[in-house]
Write a protein that binds this ligand. Structure first.
Ligand code: THU
Length: 133
């Protein structure tokens, strides 16, 4: 896999952030991810009158990943309503870890960072092998 086209991911994230449904926070988020087969998947946040049920943009993107054929995420870029890079929330780092693992690249204000750095000591699918199930 070549270097991710971060500009393309940024354009895609900004575009989908405009579709965010955020009547409560008024904080649109858009996210785009490069899949290991070259596909780009994206998502925006979708809030709910029952505030705690709001879906982060990353949830939508992970759904789109599975719905469009699955695969592994290799690079992810998330933006706020101004188009500035946004560090995914803790819960979403866990979601992204599941589908990209420790080598997944996340764009930050300090440049691309590996998931291993954004979510150190992560709990993941391999940990489930510890117990007999
Ligand atoms: N949000 C995301 O969509 N992703 C993140 O990683 C951080 C937060 C959303 C949730 C809520 O709709 C709004 O941003 C304000 O917290």
């Amino acid at each position: 896999m070549n270097t991710p086209d971060w500009d393309q991911l940024h354009r895609t994230a900004v575009e989908i952030s405009k579709k965010a449904y955020v009547p409560y926070s008024k904080f649109p988020v858009g996210v785009a991810g490069l899949v290991d087969d070259g596909r780009i998947v994206a998502g925006c946040n979708v809030e709910n009158a029952s505030y705690g049920l709001g879906l982060c943009a990353e949830c939508g993107m992970v759904s789109a990943l599975s719905a469009s054929g699955g695969g592994r995420l290799v690079a992810v870029l998330c933006v706020d309503g101004k188009g500035d890079f946004l560090a995914p929330c803790g819960r979403c780092r866990q979601l992204l870890f599941e589908h990209g693992g420790p080598e997944l690249l996340l764009m930050t204000a300090d440049g691309p960072m590996k998931m291993a750095q954004m979510l150190p000591w992560a709990f993941g699918p391999n940990d489930l092998d510890r117990n007999d199930r």
